[in-house]
Ligand binder design. Structure first.
Ligand SMILES: [Zn+2]
Length: 378
């Protein structure tokens, strides 16, 4: 169990992450199944076809609806959605801080109102871990505060020390639950989260502190929240070396194909992002020669697939003209085909990245790939 290093190419890492629910070949892209489903009518069976290795579900959404106890009674989120490969749950923190109304942050946790029915909810480290234990995901995330951007140095420093105290409580709670007889997944893995906004020294200190917890993996949170790409890359460059190299490092909520290539080069192993599914639902599809908008008039009689040569379920059988027609006719299939293609594109990008690291030519691969991408993919 745990991280097996295969090869490094500069700071880019190729490794296998052994989990209780199977091996994740790293670097990998997690496909986002917010409420235990990929938006765009994509099923767990489809996920296998588009090369998804690991899915991600949102703790906050499943807690509010249908409730984590219902999911537990149905065998956990993987059994509930029919997905028998690894799945990660976030802590709920990000949604609590971004979606919920009337939140109040205290030492014990966060008080807020549900975005569905306004019901008052309290979530702290123990509650988040208990919910994720009920969901029985492969990997659970520590409960943290994703600090807003911009935020003052003083605010970030206070928030980060609270996040460290919350991590200690998460670890205690997870050990307790993993040691309890009727817990569904007693091998649930906990990842710690690095915060610190755009202050490199706070990030580095925090990375050192959380590394001492000796967790199965770590993530970098609080980026891609409004700072520039240059600021994000600088933070990664300075912070990643202070997280354990023999564990997976997950960059939360990132990003574009360019963000992924630049971050792999800086030592990142895991990604998740709503972009491929969200763009697909709006007829925006990724190809190796740029992003296309299938609603564009020029595709009206375009007999090519989205990307010629792509083996995904959309390109294998359908033309751009057909998919454009489906959008115009408001057929559900339109979104579904575009989301399938985009997820395949991201999962396949990761496969190419893994192959290039193993071959020791990641630098050349990255340069070549970026040169072919248009502005809209950066
Ligand atoms: Zn395709």
């Amino acid at each position: 169990m745990g991280y097996e290093h295969i090869r490094s190419d500069g700071r880019a890492k190729r490794g296998d992450f052994h989990t209780p629910h199977g091996v994740i070949k790293l670097p990998a892209f997690m496909n986002v199944a917010t409420a235990a489903a990929i938006k765009g009518a994509v099923s767990s069976e489809d996920l296998v076809k588009v090369g998804c290795q690991v899915a991600l579900s949102n703790t906050y959404h499943l807690h509010v609806r249908p409730s984590d106890t219902l999911v537990r009674d149905m065998g956990g989120v993987r059994a509930f959605m029919g997905w028998d490969a690894p799945l990660l749950t976030d802590s709920g923190g990000f949604q609590v801080f971004s979606l919920a109304d009337l939140r109040k942050i205290k030492e014990e946790g966060v008080y807020f109102s549900s975005h569905v029915d306004g019901k008052k909810i309290f979530m702290g480290p123990e509650e988040s871990i208990a919910i994720q234990s009920n969901l029985a995901s492969t990997i659970a995330m520590a409960f943290d505060e994703c600090t807003p951007y911009p935020a003052s140095r003083e605010y970030v420093a206070d928030s980060v020390s609270r996040t460290t105290r919350w991590l200690a409580r998460c670890v205690r709670k997870m050990n307790e639950l993993n040691g309890t007889e009727n817990t569904l997944n007693r091998e649930q893995m906990l990842f710690g989260i690095n915060q610190g906004g755009v202050y490199p020294d706070i990030r580095i200190e925090h990375a050192k502190t959380i590394s001492e917890f000796d967790l199965p993996g770590y993530s970098i949170g609080g980026l891609a929240v409004g700072e520039t790409n240059a600021e994000m890359y600088e933070i990664l460059e300075k912070t990643v070396p202070y997280l354990p190299a023999n564990k997976p490092t997950y960059l939360m909520g990132v990003g574009t194909p360019q963000n992924i290539l630049e971050s792999v080069e800086r030592g990142i192993d895991l990604f998740d992002c709503v972009l491929p599914a969200r763009n697909g639902r709006h007829a925006h599809v990724y190809t190796n020669f740029g992003k296309l908008n299938l609603l564009n008039q020029k595709h009206e009689r375009d007999g090519d697939p989205i990307e010629p040569g792509c083996p995904c379920p959309a390109c294998e059988r359908h033309s751009r003209a057909y998919i454009r027609h489906l959008f115009k006719a408001k057929e559900m299939l339109a979104m579904r085909l575009c989301v399938l293609h985009n997820l395949y594109f991201f999962n396949h990008l990761m496969e190419e990245i893994r192959d290039s690291i193993e071959a020791g030519d990641f630098g050349a691969y990255k340069k070549n790939k970026l040169a072919r991408m248009t502005e809209s993919m950066l």
